[in-house]
Design a protein around this ligand. Sequence first.
Ligand SMILES: [Zn+2]
Ligand SMILES: [Zn+2]
Length: 351
Amino acid sequence: MSRGKKMRAIVKTKPEIGAEYLEVDVPVVGAGEVLVKVRVCAICGTDIHIYQWNNWAAANVPRAYGGLPRIMGHEFCGDVVEVGPDVTKVKPGDRIAAETHIPCGQCFLCRIGKQFNCQNVRRFKNGVFAEYALIPEFSAEKIPNDIPYEVAALFEPFGVAVHGASHVRMVGDTVSVIGVGPIGLFCIVMAKIMGASTIFASDISDYRLSLAKIAGVDYILNPNKEDVVSKVKGLTEGLGVGVVFETSGNVRGAKQGFEMLRKSGSCVMIGLPSEPLVLDAGSDIVWKGANVYGIHGRDNFTTWEIAKNLLAKNKIDLKNFITHRFKFEHFKKAFDLCQIGETGKVILFPD
Ligand SMILES: [Zn+2]
Ligand SMILES: [Zn+2]
């Protein structure tokens, strides 16, 4: 059905900053594949790296994503329009969001129930910032009808926060979130509903700290303006916090996270450090008896079920964290804004 049709897409064509809005072929649906009419996309941190074509993108995109040209983007939702002959999980007309990490199902980690950490994890064949997206059946996750498209597009990044939060006990405890970009904001949301007694948020952007305030933190801290470690210790009777979410990917921020962590506390590390992180492992981890969790992606599909229940039952509302909306054709404005960092989640629509 899709053969010979054309669509518009945001394509990364060259290994340099930028992307192009081009006419390309609508993908042809093969066995085990699902074609989706894209309704809403969201810009992820990795999209910004790829747009800028920084060192991380140059080192990782050719290997993990199969080189250029490539349609950008992975976070999205839409309506199924066509399925391969053997597909049973979804049908045309279903509203779906998508899991973006595709496990092999056969490696050691997949076999011991840790699909989310698959040794041979794959990504979509091509990106989703386009009128149509082709994804494997595995990735298509049906979305309840009462969840709006723009919230459904946030399932994938929100699931990362759900995954991180599932490792720690927050009820009646103190929590600090380092870096309040979208994932940090989602961690605050989880800390709130999981009963944290006091929540601190630290970021160098006052704009993002204002979003943390909306998310319901008790204290906002800017490490460029104050000593955040002594501030947190002062407000926790010298103990430090029971749980730290490190979502900044900034080595100074991560170090501060470990320093403000209480003895026997847990540090959930989600941000990718921009350079090697130097810790004093004795005082930061060993003598503290600290627990450290590395979180990469979602815990499939537990986190999807939890997220669906929270969103569909209106236990939480993610709409407050969508700060900017752009049509595909204005994608350059969207990326310029993301690079400054004065945003929550930025979403894109087909024209
Ligand atoms: Zn993402
Ligand atoms: Zn595997």
